[in-house]
Design a protein around this ligand. Structure first.
Ligand SMILES: Nc1ncnc2c1ncn2[C@@H]1O[C@H](COP(=O)(O)OP(=O)(O)O)[C@@H](O)[C@H]1O
Ligand SMILES: [Mg+2]
Length: 266
């Protein structure tokens, strides 16, 4: 398959500075080259969706962006991931520090078996924030940003595990943004949720882009169409097409993209 080049329409549509960029990113699991040289740039304060069939490499690519593939034995990641002009894929980068800037929310809600309050303050305390008033402020702000505050403000010291799946996922979003990352990575964050919880999470993400750059993997094309500004179509470890979401869904330039978005495969 041809190597992907940024298409002219996308370049013309760049209206905000980039938050993150990959250059010639490859990921191998042993001999299986799951990502085959991906160049993408992500715009600040936008939502970008990564779509494509199961096994096309969406999760592998997303996880590489904050080096979640590090330490999986047999895995090799080459190429550059440029954040604030630094290649964060370089061995010398402190991955723990980097993840304060680039946070991740997983497919299944995974709150700690602690109170709602402690779920949000846990990492902050580990980073030395002890001031109770400040912690309480951050809890309130992040729960509001995650559209969960009104439902939990009277039960902050109850177990997070007592929340519904959708509430747990919004708590995980609140926990991720408590560290004030610039970029939030989400891997199918609504796939385990019912439709009402899904739409709450979607509303949350749309609100969050005022403050964050959001990159989301989704196999739900309606979801990508509803919430994202840009969409990248993955096929067999490559990006086939990357454009404004409206263009991807209404006038894709590549046949494979058209086949996928019109439901002919995947
Ligand atoms: N931890 C892993 N170990 C080995 N192979 C993996 C692992 N995760 C994913 N793969 C392989 O990498 C390819 C891409 O998978 P993945 O990134 O999960 O795709 P997607 O998220 O688009 O469904 C697939 O061939 C998959 O089998
Ligand atoms: Mg996946």
């Amino acid at each position: 398959m041809e190597k992907y080049d940024f298409n002219d329409r996308f370049i013309l549509n760049l209206d905000t500075p980039e938050a993150l960029r990959t250059h010639d990113l490859h990921v191998w699991y042993g001999n299986n080259e799951a990502i085959k040289g991906v160049d993408l740039q992500f715009e600040k304060n936008k939502i970008t969706s990564l779509i494509g069939a199961s096994g096309s490499g969406k999760s592998t690519y997303l996880r590489s962006l904050n080096r979640m593939n590090d330490g999986i034995s047999g895995t090799k990641v080459t190429g550059e991931i440029i954040y604030k002009e630094v290649d964060i894929n370089a061995p010398a980068v402190d991955v723990y520090e980097m993840r304060k800037h680039i946070g991740m929310v997983f497919q299944r809600p995974n709150p700690f078996s602690k109170s709602i309050y402690e779920n949000i303050t846990f990492a902050l305390k580990r980073h030395g924030i002890k001031d109770k008033k400040l912690l309480a402020e951050i809890v309130e702000t992040t729960l509001k940003q995650a559209a969960l505050w009104d439902q939990v403000k009277d039960n902050l010291h109850q177990s997070a595990l007592a929340l519904s799946g959708g509430q747990q996922q919004r708590l995980c979003i609140a926990r991720a943004i408590a560290m004030k990352p610039d970029i939030l990575l989400l891997d199918e964050p609504a796939s385990a949720l019912d439709p009402i919880s899904t739409s709450k999470v979607e509303e949350t993400l749309v609100q969050l882009k005022e403050d964050y750059t959001v990159i989301i993997v989704t196999h739900n094309m309606q979801q990508a169409a509803r919430i994202s500004d840009y969409t990248a179509f993955f096929y067999s470890g490559q990006v086939i097409e990357y454009d404004l979401t409206a263009n991807i869904f209404t006038q894709p330039q590549k046949k494979a993209t058209n086949d996928y978005v019109s439901g002919h495969f995947g």
